[in-house]
Design a protein around this ligand. Structure first.
Ligand code: GDP
Length: 328
C-alpha cells in the first residue's frame, strides 16, 4: 500500500497531488520508492490524455499561447495540466519558465494544474520527474497535458520523447534562419504554429506559413499517417485556436486509426526505460571510487594528446567491469 491514498489522486485532490509530486521528486530512496509504489497503483488510470509538447524561443509567446489555448480547452470542458521542462534551472538555480506571473488565469483555475519545472538534477532527472508527474496528472483526470520547454539544448528532444504531439511555436518574421530552431526539431514537429499573426504582422505570418510549408516538403515525415502541418494563430487576439484544436483532434484520430498512436507510446515507454538505465549506469560509473580517482589524470592525458580516447575509455571500463563481474 502506498502512503498516499491512490483514490485521493484519482479524485484530483490537490494536496494529495502535491504530496505525490514531492515523493516523485525526492532524492531520498525510501520516499522515491513510495512514489514508485503509488505510480504503479495508478498506472491503469494513466495514458488517457493527449500529451502535447510545446517549444519555441523565449518571446515567441509560449505562456500567452498556453494561457489562451488552455482557457479555451477548459471552457470546452477539458482539464488541462501544464508542466515545464526548463533546462536553465539546474544550472543557474533560476528559471526561464518558472516565473509565477506566467499564466495567471490558468494557474488559479480549478480545472487546471500548472507546475513549474523540477528544479534539481541533470536534464535526464528533470525529464524523469516530468514524465512521472504527467502520469499523476493523468490519473487525476487531466485529459490534456501540455509539456512546455524553451528551445535550449537537448530539452526539446526530451519533451518530444514524452509527447504524442510536438508543436513548435514560431514568430512571423521567420526568414531562412529558422529562428535558431534546429532542423532536427522541425523534424520532430507534428505541428508548426506561427504565432502573433495579428496587426501588421499578419502578412508576414502568411508568408511564414508558406515558407515553412515549403521547408517541410523537403523533410521526410516521421509518422506514416501524419504529415506535419503549418498553421497560424494569435495568442493575444485568440484567433486560430479553435482551428488548431480541431487539427489536434484529427491528429489523434488518424494516428489511433492507423495504430501508430499505441505503437508510438509503447516505443516511448521502452525508450524511457533505456534512458533510465543509461542514466543510472553513467552515474554509478562516475561514482566508482577508483574511476573517480583516475578521471582527472586520464582526462589530462587526453587533453595533452598523450592518450587515445578509445584506449582511455577501455581502461576505465575495464576497471568498472572487473569490479562488477567477479573473474572478468
Ligand atoms: P514566452 O517567452 O515564449 O513565454 O513568450 P510570452 O508569452 O511571455 O510573450 C512574449 C511577448 O509577446 C509578450 O509581450 C506577449 O504579450 C507577446 N505576445 C504573445 N503572443 C502574442 C500574439 O499572438 N500577438 C502579439 N502581437 N503579441 C504576442
Amino acid at each position: 500500500m502506498s502512503v498516499i491514498n491512490p483514490n485521493s489522486i484519482r479524485q484530483g485532490d490537490r494536496r494529495a497531488m502535491a504530496k505525490a509530486i514531492t515523493l516523485v521528486e525526492s532524492t531520498h530512496p525510501e520516499k522515491l520508492d513510495q512514489g514508485q509504489t503509488l505510480l504503479e497503483e495508478l498506472l491503469p488510470d494513466t495514458g488517457k490524455s493527449l500529451r502535447i509538447g510545446i517549444t519555441g524561443v523565449p518571446g515567441v509567446g509560449k505562456s500567452t499561447f498556453i494561457e489562451a489555448f488552455g482557457m479555451r480547452l477548459i471552457e470546452a470542458g477539458h482539464q488541462v495540466a501544464v508542466l515545464a521542462v526548463d533546462p536553465s534551472s539546474p544550472i543557474t538555480g533560476g528559471s526561464i519558465l518558472g516565473d509565477k506571473t506566467r499564466m495567471q488565469q490558468l494557474s488559479s483555475h480549478p480545472q487546471a494544474f500548472v507546475r513549474p519545472s523540477p528544479s534539481s538534477g541533470v536534464l535526464g532527472g528533470v525529464a524523469r520527474k516530468t514524465r512521472e508527474i504527467m502520469l499523476l496528472c493523468e490519473a487525476a483526470g487531466y485529459d490534456v497535458i501540455i509539456v512546455e520547454t524553451v528551445g535550449v539544448g537537448q530539452s526539446e528532444t526530451m519533451v518530444a520523447s514524452m509527447a504524442d504531439l510536438f508543436l513548435v511555436l514560431m514568430l512571423p518574421n521567420a526568414g531562412d534562419e529558422l529562428q535558431g530552431i534546429k532542423k532536427g526539431i522541425l523534424e520532430l514537429a507534428a505541428l508548426i504554429v506561427i504565432n502573433k499573426a495579428d496587426g501588421d504582422q499578419k502578412t508576414l505570418a502568411q508568408r511564414a506559413v508558406r515558407e515553412y510549408r515549403n521547408a517541410l516538403q523537403l523533410l521526410k515525415p516521421t509518422r506514416a499517417s501524419w504529415k506535419a502541418k503549418v498553421l497560424q494563430c494569435s495568442a493575444l487576439e485568440q484567433t486560430g485556436l479553435v482551428e488548431l484544436w480541431e487539427v489536434m483532434q484529427d491528429f489523434r484520430e488518424m494516428l489511433k486509426t492507423s495504430g501508430e498512436w499505441e505503437e508510438h507510446r509503447s516505443h516511448q515507454a521502452v525508450r524511457w526505460m533505456w534512458s533510465l538505465i543509461d542514466e543510472e549506469l553513467r552515474q554509478s560509473f562516475r561514482k566508482h571510487s577508483q574511476i573517480q580517482a583516475d578521471i582527472p589524470r586520464v582526462e589530462k592525458a587526453i587533453r595533452q594528446g598523450k592518450q587515445l580516447p578509445t584506449r582511455a575509455a577501455r581502461s576505465l571500463l575495464d576497471v568498472w567491469f572487473s569490479s562488477k563481474i567477479p573473474g572478468k
